[in-house]
Design a protein around this ligand. Structure first.
Ligand SMILES: NC(=O)c1ccc[n+]([C@@H]2O[C@H](COP(=O)([O-])OP(=O)(O)OC[C@H]3O[C@@H](n4cnc5c(N)ncnc54)[C@H](OP(=O)(O)O)[C@@H]3O)[C@@H](O)[C@H]2O)c1
Length: 250
């Protein structure tokens, strides 16, 4: 399929690698103009170059409000408007029992994964409300926001909160034509998850429970983001779409 996003402008955070890069590439392939955001400019510009004129890189720390406001402004300046936001940039600096977490790691996780998601969602929603335009906000959460997440408990709390944020924002913004949904991936082979995917015991444990008998690649998540951004999902809001190869059904 092509052109499902023709005429739409999207911001994808965390687009310099992994799931965000795959989502940005899929959106460009469907005809969208896409602004890619992440902190480190080199990798970001390399992805933008690969995607061509429909992509534009803007360095942004999503946990900093001035960066987020500048991101929306830069998108409007480059492509005229914003219709779609994919909140995807997240971090997970602490792997271990919740009882031992230090506040620095806690604060970093909540700053990027939750406050950052909210700041981006609010900035794009304000832009849509000012334009009296319809739009779609897509929050990449995790199946670890829907179940116990031993050794990743702080991360799991932020991902659970993103689901709550998705539902409440969808209720508040739905009457104004703005849809808000989430995607909950299972284990995806990216740098982010390499501590897990490189651990044979964890890898096998997830594979054993995954109905499709393989771990996800970033491209496996991108179709869900395109669907939730496109008009074909126009009656879907407040929903968390699980994309986990069946892991959490077993
Ligand atoms: N991989 C998995 O197994 C898995 C499973 C479930 C959910 N998820 C979720 O999927 C999303 C993407 O994960 P991934 O595996 O693709 O991660 P990844 O490969 O590590 O990519 C993370 C991206 O986020 C950017 N980023 C990190 N902190 C940022 C910040 N403060 N401001 C702006 N950009 C920032 C990174 O670029 P810079 O470092 O340059 O900023 C990079 O582009 C995350 O929300 C994650 O929680 C992943």
């Amino acid at each position: 399929m092509t052109d499902r996003l023709r005429g739409k402008v999207a911001i994808v955070t965390g687009a310099s690698r992994g799931i965000g890069e795959a989502i940005a590439a899929a959106m460009v392939a469907e005809g969208a103009k896409v602004v890619l955001a992440a902190r480190k400019p080199d990798a970001l510009h390399a992805v933008a170059e690969k995607l061509g004129d429909a992509a534009h890189a803007v360095a942004c720390h999503t946990g900093k409000e001035e960066d987020v406001d500048a991101l929306v402004e830069a998108t409007v300046e480059r492509f005229g408007q914003v219709d779609v936001l994919v909140n995807n940039a997240a971090t997970n600096p602490y792997f271990g029992p919740m009882m031992n977490v230090e506040w620095g790691a806690w604060e970093k996780t909540f700053e990027v994964n939750l406050k950052g998601y909210f700041m981006c969602a609010r900035a794009v929603a304000r832009h849509l409300l000012d334009r009296k335009a319809e739009g779609s906000l897509v929050n990449v959460t995790s199946v670890l926001g829907q179940m116990a997440a031993p050794l990743q408990g702080v991360y799991g709390m932020t991902k659970a909160a993103v689901i709550s944020m998705t539902e409440t924002l969808s209720a508040e913004l739905g009457p104004r034509g703005i849809r808000v949904n989430a995607i909950a991936p299972g284990l995806v082979e990216t740098r982010f998850a390499s501590a897990l995917t490189a651990n044979p015991a964890i890898r096998q444990m997830v594979l054993d429970r995954t109905t499709l008998k393989r771990l996800a690649q970033p491209e496996d998540i991108a179709g869900a983001a395109v669907f939730l951004a496109a008009d074909e999902s126009r009656y879907v809001t407040g929903h968390t779409l699980v994309v986990d190869g069946g892991w959490t059904t077993t």
